[in-house]
Design a protein around this ligand. Structure first.
Ligand code: FES
Length: 586
């Protein structure tokens, strides 16, 4: 019987010189025996070792990551596809990063997850990998890990939830939470209504269904070429997602051991395509830091200014929350990313290769738009070109900072006001409800020490809650500045990712309450209107705010994390990639 017979080691069908797994399973002596025999204990017979490609299924399923809670079902579908394609599937878990629970912030662990994925892929007998992701940080971590591991890989995101429904209306992840929370604080809705809203928002498996960070990164993964066409938008519970999972597994078999690697797919031109798509979808500001990090792993030159320059070429064409009206379900039914890409085809690099082996533009050729209210034509955009993510610089942010113009109040984009400065988030929250707080609608609210090293982990707190005093006065937006990030589902005139951050000596640490602060988005400036001599005097007095972490991951992270303008990755993970199987020790 094949299940008990020796492995086929000669005349191996499909065995090519680049199947890494042969280094483990292809030897007839002791080393091959050791590699194979424990898999036999799991019922895997000799035919699995006959030279067919081994496909790793990297699963970020976790009950602590509810957005990824359905990935076991999708993993089974991927396995079916691998088997149908003639491969040998082996599923393995990867560190999962859930936005709702991880403290101090999931971003503290993105690089750790990416490093774990890279090492697992490199150290194991896999010829290609399907990476199952969903919640915000899991997708960039997979892209970063895939980039560094250098093994052919396809990312498959788990898909967005169905629309939330509350009192007969659609409600969106995050966006409506921020809105309803402010209404609760302002007393315009009751606690009972707020609780009912909580029960109505998340109606199915899947990740957040606004154009937040998870949806943005799913779309950009597809735009980069690392996912099969249509994978970003289909709802998590749509049966067609299972079909696409099968196709993904089968495709992974086809690219196993070949040269269609992440390095070949994620080129400078692919990143430029992704940045343009990000502008057209009104994507999350978090995409900036994540794409910079992925590019850094590949040695692809990419800068903050690329996002401003390339993004400014395109209008906002997708009418999705938080910048618009609809949700991912409508986007998928309107044609999804393939339809948008087809509309954008004259503005994208036509030659970028994807996991299909064809270009992004060719993948999407002929894809129709079924609802022009959701995917707008160029002559009727949601917002005109130049209203997307802008990069501002000045004496408050010499390394740059970002602001999502489409989520901001237009009248605040050119604004000068007195700074109200807090050294920590907690310091501000302690007084945010104080009716006597010295604040007006003109105030520029600044919270610092919330960056990659300072917090640590650069949490999503940049959309600071408005002071209660202003809420009661009917104010719903003000200029807010921080070295933190902001949820992709959030909105407001929020200057984010200030670099260098205050905790490493950035000038944000020198500004004081009462200083006049100027935000000039049209002029791309962010300045504190204080003489240089005074800033120099303050710098001489400046002290680092936080004692450094003394152990564990946070110790390693805070010593090696780079600033937001280069992706907030670890400095020793930049650049090189190597998929060579490591040495064997037995
Ligand atoms: Fe997971 Fe929003 S909480 S994507």
């Amino acid at each position: 019987m094949a299940v008990t017979g020796p492995p086929a080691l000669s005349g191996e069908p499909g065995a090519g010189p680049r199947l890494r797994s042969r280094s483990w399973f292809g030897d007839g002596g002791k080393n091959g025996f050791i590699a194979r025999h424990h898999l036999r204990a799991m019922g895997r017979g000799s035919h699995n070792f006959d030279g067919r490609p081994v496909i790793g299924i990297c699963n970020t399923f976790s009950e602590l990551t509810p957005c990824n809670g359905h990935l076991k079902i999708l993993a089974d579908a991927v396995k079916r596809g691998v088997l149908q394609g003639g491969g040998f599937p082996l599923e393995f878990p990867a560190m999962s990063l859930g936005e709702p629970f991880l403290r101090p912030t999931s971003m503290l662990y993105r690089n750790l997850a990416a490093m774990e994925i890279e090492e697992q892929v490199r150290a194991n007998p896999v010829d290609a990998v399907v990476m199952l992701t969903g919640c915000d940080k899991t997708t960039p971590a997979a892209l970063m890990g895939a980039a560094s591991a250098g093994v052919p890989a396809i990312v498959f995101t788990g898909g967005p939830m169905l629309n939330g429904r509350f009192k007969g209306k659609d409600v969106g992840s995050g966006t409506d939470i921020w809105r309803m929370t402010e209404e609760l604080r302002a007393g315009t809705i009751t606690q009972e209504e707020f609780t009912e809203f909580e029960s109505s928002l998340n109606r199915s498996a899947g990740h957040c269904m606004t154009m937040g960070t998870a949806s943005t990164m799913a779309c950009l993964t597809e735009a980069l070429g690392m996912m099969l066409p249509g994978g970003s938008g289909l709802p998590a519970v749509d049966a067609r997602r299972g079909t696409l999972a099968e196709e993904t597994g089968a495709r992974a078999v086809e690219i196993a051991g070949g040269d269609l690697t992440p390095q070949r797919i994620m080129t400078r031109e692919a990143f430029e395509n992704a940045i343009r798509v990000n502008a057209a979808i009104g994507g999350s500001t978090n995409a900036v830091v994540h794409l910079l990090a992925v590019a850094g792993r590949l040695g692809v030159p990419l800068s903050l200014d690329d996002f401003d320059r390339l993004g400014a070429e395109l209008p906002l064409l997708i009418d999705l929350m938080p910048s618009g009206r609809f949700l991912m379900e409508e986007f998928a039914y309107a044609g999804g990313l393939p339809a948008l890409v087809n509309d954008l085809r004259d503005r994208l690099h036509p030659e970028t290769v994807t996991v299909t082996g064809r270009s992004l533009v060719d993948n999407c050729a002929g894809a129709e738009v079924y609802d022009r209210e959701v995917i707008r034509p160029f002559d009727n955009p949601v917002q005109p070109a130049g209203q997307g993510t802008a990069v501002v610089r000045g004496n408050l942010a010499p390394g740059g900072a970002v602001i999502k113009q489409s989520a901001a109040a237009p009248h605040l984009l050119d604004h000068t006001g007195p700074g109200l400065v807090f050294d920590t988030l907690e310091d501000y929250l302690a007084v945010a409800e104080d009716p006597a707080l010295d604040v007006t609608a003109d105030t520029v609210l600044i919270v610092r020490n919330t960056g990659p090293r300072g917090y640590p982990g650069m949490p999503e707190v940049g959309n600071l809650p408005l002071p209660k005093k202003l809420l009661d006065a009917g104010v719903r937006d003000m200029v807010r500045i921080s070295d933190a990030r902001m949820s992709g589902t959030a909105f407001g005139t929020c200057v984010l990712h200030v670099a260098p951050e205050a905790a490493v000596g950035g000038p944000l640490g020198l500004v004081r309450t009462g200083d006049r602060v100027r935000l000039d988005v049209p002029g791309r400036r962010l300045d504190v209107l204080v003489e240089d001599a005074e800033l120099h005097r303050r710098r001489a007095e400046w002290q680092p705010p936080n004692p450094p972490a003394t152990r564990g991951w946070t110790y390693l992270y805070t010593r090696h994390v780079t600033q937001a303008d280069t992706g907030a990755d670890l400095d020793f993970l930049l650049g090189a990639t190597d998929s060579t199987p490591p040495r064997q020790a037995f």
